[in-house]
Structure formats: structure tokens, C-alpha cells
Design a protein around this ligand. Structure first.
Ligand code: F6P
Length: 357
């Protein structure tokens, strides 16, 4: 029997625990192998002794609907330039590789986005790690797979937020702006915007003008739809072409604030009461949608089957209703933005949503 490791790396999302459960059910329950759950992404292999939990079937029974990741995760600390306490950076890749070999693992399943999988692959190449990747990201920007774990749940949550904003917007005749995540891609905003009945969808891939947004609000006011729902991706730029970011006192910066910027621009121009909701990490927490659970189960089983066949350096992907494995290098090289000529853009425009110019 084999002994395999599993870790989650990068930002969490809904569905990670469902994938861990599927891996344990398949590897332990079906194949009779051992599964070690590595703590805190690669940090669990870097420390001595390595930090892990031996995962048994009865431990993961209730994991299906649990949010987050039972293994913990981190998106801080590239092992090749690891931030040390004194402010310097240090290549600690060999410590992680040694941790993998110290645990006598036959293979490692890494669940991560493109950044994490690129790092894991580099470690695998350098240190003889038999790696299989499972894609997860609420941003859905890994081009080769139609689904990544977490995206569908994030879309559901953003859609529900719009559904709720709809009623309060209508009651007060307000412009409601919902700022959603997605990093540099507008997938969450366009999907939730169509599903949730937004009047305006703003995504980083398509330029817009404030004048046209205001024109839309005024048109709706004249047509007795005296409210307006706007969904905006966090990476949408200002009219001057700048990203809106928030920097904390440690100097760490992230997207945030485009919703307030838009509200300010609108009220400078027209008489429309405007409110902003920033959905934030609510999009990543809690129970996964049925689709994300299904994808997580299929990916978990496929990853274990790849190990059974001795096929490594592969990532599982979803293509045309099938799980297909592809070389990790090929998988992470294909970034996906929203296609400005794609079905969703055409759909949004076809039903009269303002999506930019
Ligand atoms: O990549 C996932 C994501 O949630 C992005 O949509 C968002 O920009 C970012 O991570 C937030 O990162 P953090 O959890 O570090 O604030």
C-alpha cells in the first residue's frame, strides 16, 4: 500500500474539505493506502518534525459541508524566497523536500491555484516529489479547466447578495454597488451579475465610463425603475486607469475600494442615493455549492487514480463534462480572463445590462 500526503495551499475557498474527504475515501477506503494531511501548506513539511495528521475515513465523514480547510493553509512565504524574522529572505525549498522524504511519502496531492501549483511543481522537480495537482480558485482564472473548486460557491454567494440588495434598493430607490473578488479576472462579477439581475456589470477586461453608468441610472429613473444594481470586480480601474487598493500598516496591499470610488463619482454627477457593499471573504467561506462538491469529489478521486497509475506532474481538470489530466506546466501556463466576445458578455448585453463600452 502507498503512503501519500495531501496539502492545501494559497487562499482557502469552499470545497477544499470536500476534496480532502474524497481523497481519503478513495485512497484509504477504496485502495487501503495511508493518507497524511500536511498542515499549513508546505510549512508543515518545512518544520521539524513535519506537521501532519494521519487521516482516517471516520475523521472526514462530516467534512463534506464544512467550509475552509481542515489542514490549514497559507499564501504567505514562497519557499524559494521565504521571509525570515529579521526581514531577510531565504531559500528553504530543500527543507520542504527533506520533509517529504522524511515522511516516506510515495506521492503528494497539492490543492492550489496557479501560483501555489507553480511553486509545488518547482519543489517537485527539484526534489523528486511525485506531485499531482488539484485546481482551486474562486477567481476561476486557470484557463485549462472549466471549473476550479470554489468558484461556483463564490458565484452563488455573490448572486444571493444581489438578490437581497435588489429588495432594499427598490424600497429606497437607491443605487446599490456590490464589490466582489476575482483578482484580475471578472468571472465572479459577470456570472453573478447576470444570474442576480444586475443592471450594470463592471469587469477589469472591459473599459467603462462613469457617464454611461450615470446615463443608465437616469434612464431607469425615467422608466420608473427607480433603483439600480451595480456589480463591480475588485480589479476594475478608475477612469484614470488606476487600480484601487488598500494598504495596511505592514505595507501589504490588496484590491479594495473600487465600489466607494464609483459611488463617489456617481454622486458627484447625479442625484442618486448610493450605497456600497463589499462582499469580501464571505465569498470564500462556508458550505460549498453542490457543483463545487461534485467537482471536488471528482477531482479527489481522479488525483488518487493518477497516483495508482504512477502518473505524476499532472493536474486534474474539468473539460466537457469529464475529468482530464494534463501536465501541470501546461495547466498553469493558461490564464483565463473573461472573453470580451464570449457567451456571457453577449448574454449580458443581449438582456440590456451595461457592461462597458
Ligand atoms: O485569489 C483568491 C482571492 O480571494 C482573490 O479573489 C482576492 O483578491 C484575494 O484572494 C484576497 O486575498 P487575501 O485572502 O490574502 O486577502
Amino acid at each position: 500500500p502507498k503512503r501519500i500526503g495531501i496539502l492545501t495551499s494559497g487562499g482557502d475557498c469552499s470545497g477544499l474539505n470536500a476534496a480532502i474527504r474524497a481523497v481519503v475515501y478513495c485512497a484509504v477506503g477504496t485502495y487501503g493506502w495511508e493518507v497524511l494531511g500536511i498542515r499549513q501548506a508546505t510549512l508543515g513539511l518545512m518544520v521539524r518534525p513535519p506537521q501532519f495528521t494521519k487521516l482516517e475515513v471516520d475523521q472526514v465523514n462530516t467534512l463534506l459541508t464544512a467550509g475552509g480547510t481542515m489542514l490549514g493553509t497559507t499564501n504567505k512565504g514562497d519557499p524559494f524566497a521565504f521571509p525570515m524574522a529579521d526581514g531577510s529572505v531565504c531559500d528553504r525549498s530543500n527543507e520542504i523536500i527533506a520533509g517529504y522524504h522524511q515522511l516516506n511519502l510515495d506521492a503528494l496531492i497539492g490543492i492550489g491555484g496557479d501560483g501555489s501549483l507553480a511553486i509545488l511543481r518547482r519543489l517537485a522537480q527539484q526534489g523528486g516529489i511525485n506531485l499531482v495537482g488539484i485546481p482551486k480558485t474562486i477567481d476561476n482564472d486557470i484557463g485549462i479547466t472549466e471549473h476550479a473548486i470554489g468558484f461556483d460557491t463564490a458565484v452563488n454567494i455573490a448572486t444571493e447578495a444581489l438578490d437581497r440588495l435588489h429588495f432594499t434598493a427598490a424600497s429606497h430607490s437607491r443605487v446599490m454597488i456590490l464589490e466582489v473578488m476575482g483578482r484580475d479576472a471578472g468571472h465572479i462579477a459577470i456570472a453573478a451579475g447576470i444570474a442576480g439581475g444586475a443592471d450594470v456589470i463592471l469587469i477589469p477586461e472591459i473599459p467603462y465610463t462613469i457617464e454611461h453608468i450615470c446615463q443608465r441610472i437616469k434612464e431607469q429613473q425615467e422608466k420608473n425603475k427607480n433603483y439600480c444594481l451595480i456589480i463591480v470586480s475588485e480589479a476594475v480601474r478608475t477612469q484614470e486607469g488606476e487600480n484601487v487598493t488598500i494598504t495596511n500598516r505592514l505595507g501589504q496591499s490588496r484590491y479594495g475600494g473600487i465600489g466607494e470610488y464609483l459611488a463617489d463619482q456617481i454622486i458627484q454627477r447625479i442625484n442618486a442615493e448610493t450605497r456600497v457593499t463589499v462582499l469580501g471573504h464571505i465569498q470564500r467561506g462556508g458550505t460549498a455549492s453542490p457543483l463545487d462538491r461534485l467537482v471536488a469529489a471528482a477531482f479527489g478521486v481522479a488525483a488518487v487514480n493518477l497516483i495508482a497509475e504512477g502518473k505524476y506532474d499532472q493536474m486534474v481538470t474539468w473539460q466537457n463534462r469529464q475529468v482530464v489530466s494534463v501536465p501541470i506546466a501546461e495547466a498553469i501556463a493558461q490564464y483565463r480572463a473573461v472573453d470580451p466576445n464570449g457567451t456571457l458578455v453577449k448574454t449580458a448585453r443581449g438582456i440590456g445590462i451595461y457592461l462597458g463600452d
